[in-house]
Design a protein around this ligand. Structure first.
Ligand code: S3P
Length: 214
């Protein structure tokens, strides 16, 4: 095992909170750390799998995290589109959500068998029992958690999420959060991504990974 089995998600969050209290760091104050030339050294031992709701910042943060760790970044949704030869809205429209979910499960299973990387997953991926079991066995999962207004603001910038087109996006995200957050909470690490610079979130993830893998 690469990590301490006894280190729970709440330990990680508590440690971080405790550390922030001790050092007087908060999201704003840690802005200075974010500009540091040398990122905190951590050698990725497993694929880092980012999970969380639409708009949590999995792709944006994931790219930066991969750069900081000097490993590849892969976006599962982009891989599904590549494999299917069409966009996610097209997959939903032509083949239905069930078909998308099947493709999602297969693609993530394949990606987890490759070299360690940062893998951003679509918001529904971790809800699949098989995918969740594979992530638990082969990866280190990070739940990027954010409040609904933040998610809403971020998803409003793009029009490529079929689930949000079926009604009021705020109501849909609120419902999905209620259903999914207890499952995302099974991730190894939880990091808040409530606005502010993405680099701050990256630093938080690296700190948590260091603790998890030590
Ligand atoms: C989905 C999230 C999307 C994409 C698809 C379904 C979901 O990915 O996989 O539209 O079920 O939450 P993002 O979380 O990257 O937006």
């Amino acid at each position: 095992m690469f990590y301490h089995g006894f280190l729970s998600i709440s330990d990680i969050c508590w440690c971080r909170l405790h550390h922030q209290k001790e050092t007087g760091l908060n999201d704003q104050a840690s802005q200075t750390a974010e500009t540091a030339e040398t990122p905190p050294a951590v050698t990725p031992k497993q694929t880092i799998v980012l999970v969380g709701l639409m708009g949590a910042g999995k792709t944006t943060v994931g790219r930066r995290l991969a750069r900081a760790l000097n490993i590849d970044f892969v976006d599962a949704d982009a891989e599904i589109e590549k494999a299917a030869g069409c966009t996610i809205p097209e997959i939903f429209e032509k083949f239905g959500e069930a078909s998308f979910r099947e493709g999602e499960r297969k693609v993530i299973s394949r990606l987890l068998d490759e070299a360690p990387k940062v893998l951003a997953t679509g918001g529904g991926a971790f809800m699949n029992d098989e995918t969740r079991a594979a992530v638990k066995a082969k990866g280190t999962s990070v739940w990027l958690d954010a409040e609904i207004p933040i998610l809403l603001e971020r998803v409003s910038r793009k029009n490529n999420r079929p689930l949000l087109k079926t009604g009021n996006p705020e109501e849909i995200l609120t419902k999905l959060a209620a259903e999914r957050n207890p499952v995302y909470a099974e991730a190894d690490i939880r990091v808040l991504s409530n606005g502010g610079a993405h680099e701050i979130v990256v630093d938080k993830i690296i700190d948590a990974l260091k603790a998890w893998w030590q």
